[in-house]
Design a protein around this ligand. Sequence first.
Ligand SMILES: Cc1cc2nc3c(=O)[nH]c(=O)nc-3n(C[C@H](O)[C@H](O)[C@H](O)COP(=O)(O)OP(=O)(O)OC[C@H]3O[C@@H](n4cnc5c(N)ncnc54)[C@H](O)[C@@H]3O)c2cc1C
Length: 417
Amino acid sequence: MSKYSIFSLVKGAADGHMKWPLMWRAPDLKPKYDVVIIGGGGHGLATAYYLAKVYGIRNVAVIEKGWIGGGNTGRNTTIVRSNYYYPESAAIYDFSLRLYEGLSQDLNFNIMLSQRGELTLAQSPEAVEIQQRQVNAMRLNNIDAEYITVAQLAQLEPLLNLSPNSRFPVLGGTLQRRGGTVRHDAVAWGYARAADRLGVDIIQNCEVTGFKRNSLGAIEGVETTKGTVLTSKVGMAVAGHSSVLAARAGFRLPVSSFALQAMVTEPVKPTVNTVVSSLMTGVYISQSDKGELVIGGMLDRFPSYGQRGSFATTEAVLAGILEMFPCFSRLRIMRQWAGIVDYTHDSSPIIGPSPVPGLYLNCGWGGGGFKAIPAGGYCLAHILATGVSHAFAEPFSLDRFRTGALIDEAAAAGIEH
Ligand SMILES: Cc1cc2nc3c(=O)[nH]c(=O)nc-3n(C[C@H](O)[C@H](O)[C@H](O)COP(=O)(O)OP(=O)(O)OC[C@H]3O[C@@H](n4cnc5c(N)ncnc54)[C@H](O)[C@@H]3O)c2cc1C
């Protein structure tokens, strides 16, 4: 498969754009692989890519029940950042952001990284104090966080409601300048194309329905809707369906699945320069390259597998957006949807071994795992290839729910995205 370059673009144009090769093959499922990855979202595809590229393991299948990127990877609001509070989180999310910073070149695919800055408003005297403390903690973790004043906010976001008479008056904010957005489909497609080039088989429209285990209980294969596949190593990256598959493997995960919604308005000229989040109302907004305002917010309040989201949450999210930007009240919402996100009790991910020998987990990213795709994939590939956890992943083992060494990012990071 040819490399994308200025020359391939010229050739593509000369051919009337009718002869571009397929981005990845559609191979048949083989009877046996060295490693099987369940889930063709960003984490599964990145795992396959790093397995092949970094660890030289190429006899790999990614098995996806629908189409690649059709889960949360293609449904999220595309925010990337690494401004987490705890050192363990800062380390893995910043590793991810650094990988994103070089990913277009690495994959030979433009992922449209836009480091426009991620802004979190402080809307009470308590929030000012806490956010200033958070900035200090983040800087100790080598994260580029800064506290900014209302005057700086007015320059960054001229349309932001800075009236002292509003319900939650804005008193300041925190900014991570390296934060921003990445085109979500491009991440899935870029990893898929690059993994395929290295020999990974991407099998779409194939559901994993069960696990084959040997007399010692270890993995020896997976059952799928296209037949049985033998393998001694399985990586599971199925987000909202993690507890469903864990049940099929015979164990329980401390994961609950909720609908998280997003919506976009009709396109307008450039109006929102950064990603703007409100901890007070739990909502956030950015603007896509097409001009649509991309809006996200809080989880639906009850566990669900319905990829729609409830109207009460839609209404609350939009009320929060209008609190920040009252001038958007006459914009029309064009589309609204939801994805099923997987929450652990400390809102941190699980990466590492499962109770079943040979089965490894990558889940629990909740509403914030898009930014973690490069690191999540890298760390899952590492343990699949070497049998030991990557240093960044070690604190995020399933075992922490037994030892009590939780990393409570729900309290520290406090917002979906
Ligand atoms: C509305 C919304 C907004 C979000 N916004 C952000 C954001 O701005 N920033 C951020 O960092 N994160 C965000 N997230 C979270 C982020 O999208 C997810 O954490 C991330 O995409 C998870 O990636 P994944 O590859 O693990 O899962 P997915 O992309 O969901 O992929 C899992 C795949 O597994 C497949 N699968 C499931 N069961 C089976 C089976 N039995 N057999 C085979 N395949 C199976 C599914 O079809 C799916 O394609 C958001 C999520 C949502 C829903």
